[in-house]
Design a protein around this ligand. Structure first.
Ligand SMILES: NC(=O)C1=CN([C@@H]2O[C@H](COP(=O)(O)OP(=O)(O)OC[C@H]3O[C@@H](n4cnc5c(N)ncnc54)[C@H](OP(=O)(O)O)[C@@H]3O)[C@@H](O)[C@H]2O)C=CC1
Ligand SMILES: CC(C)(CO)C(=O)C(=O)O
Length: 300
């Protein structure tokens, strides 16, 4: 099976490394120099201090040929890719983004078999061809516009048996994405403005109150009922990733754009549609947007 992976950041490098063990992978980069380096030196994954190298073919030209395309760019880089996907013949397209920013574009791609995914791995790009696998998690997949049948590409992925790279199928994409959104909408912005690691949101009783207040707004706006179970889920993520900095906190420290629009921006949009007041979400959304603008002004 031939797989094209679009976006050679932390997730693109990690997925190229593991999937190339069983499939022919082409990794599409944003810059020619990165493709040249990957073609020459391969991809290195560092896990628990051990380095492993694999050869993967990288391309800068965007003539995606593969029958399975995996999209691993950030939410704010999705739109130009959608424009290309619109013109391609029918195939399977798997989106791996955090947040919900990609959903409005999917109606433009109805001739493709769309699969939504969430990533529970931790991955951190060290340089243009090296990624650190900072936490083993699952990839969860769910069919968006087709039934759980006749997708041989996805069925092949599901028999993937690498112990560090488990892949699961979920029935309900909305539930799957909502759960991930709850974690990203609560842990990410709070850790960013408080400048703390994930674990402090449960270790510090005052921060835990903030986490809970924000959590109740988020589940309210998403219209979710099983509060107890979801609150345990969020607290468990803080516990299991206690020593990690959230991706949003890392992005802000590096002066990068965040995915706040696809995360809290989406929640605010839902709140507006339903005429709900969301003071914590509003406060945090504008705090993060303000920090991004200040950074832009300093650089500008
Ligand atoms: N990293 C992680 O641990 C996790 C990430 N995710 C999600 O996965 C997604 C990807 O995240 P991550 O890998 O960390 O992000 P990165 O920023 O590390 O990587 C994104 C890459 O996409 C490249 N890119 C942008 N536009 C294009 C294009 N048109 N064609 C080819 N490449 C392009 C960027 O290039 P350039 O460098 O030139 O900008 C960058 O290298 C996000 O939605 C994130 O929320 C989810 C869970 C965990
Ligand atoms: C689950 C969480 C919050 C773990 O850090 C994450 O996905 C992120 O940082 O983006």
């Amino acid at each position: 099976m031939e797989i094209g992976i679009i976006g050679a950041g932390s997730i693109g490098l990690l997925y190229s490394f593991y999937l190339s063990k069983n499939y022919t992978v082409t990794l599409y980069t944003n810059r020619k120099e990165q493709a040249d380096i990957i073609n020459e030196e391969g991809i290195t994954v560092i896990k628990d201090g051990t380095q492993s190298l694999t050869k993967v073919h990288a391309e800068y030209e965007r003539n995606y040929q593969e029958q399975l395309l995996i999209i691993s760019v950030k939410q704010y880089d999705i739109e130009p890719i959608i424009e290309v996907l619109k013109k391609l013949s029918s195939r399977t397209v798997l989106f791996l983004q955090n947040g919900m920013g990609h959903l409005p574009f999917l109606s433009l791609l109805s001739h493709h078999k769309i699969v939504l995914g969430i990533v529970e791995h931790g991955a951190l790009r060290i340089d243009v061809h090296t990624v650190e696998h900072t936490g083993i998690g699952r990839t969860k997949l769910s069919y968006y516009n087709s039934k759980n049948s006749d997708n041989t590409w996805i069925e092949q992925l599901l028999v993937e048996k690498h112990p560090c790279f488990p892949i699961e199928l979920k029935e309900d994409w909305q539930k799957m994405l909502n759960e991930k959104l709850i974690a990203n909408a609560t842990i990410n912005p709070l850790t960013t403005i408080l400048k703390v690691k994930n674990g402090e949101l449960i270790e510090n009783e005052h921060f835990n109150v903030l986490l809970y207040e924000l959590f109740t707004e988020v589940i309210n706006v998403l219209g979710l009922q099983n509060e107890r179970q979801l609150w345990d889920y969020v607290q468990n993520i803080c516990k299991n990733t206690a020593q990690n900095e959230s991706s949003m906190y890392k992005d802000i420290q590096k002066g990068n754009q965040t995915e706040i629009d696809a995360i809290l921006g989406y929640c605010l949009h839902q709140a507006k549609n339903r005429n709900l007041a969301m003071p914590h979400i509003t406060f945090l959304y504008h705090s993060i947007k303000g920090i991004e603008v200040r950074k832009g002004e300093r650089d500008g």
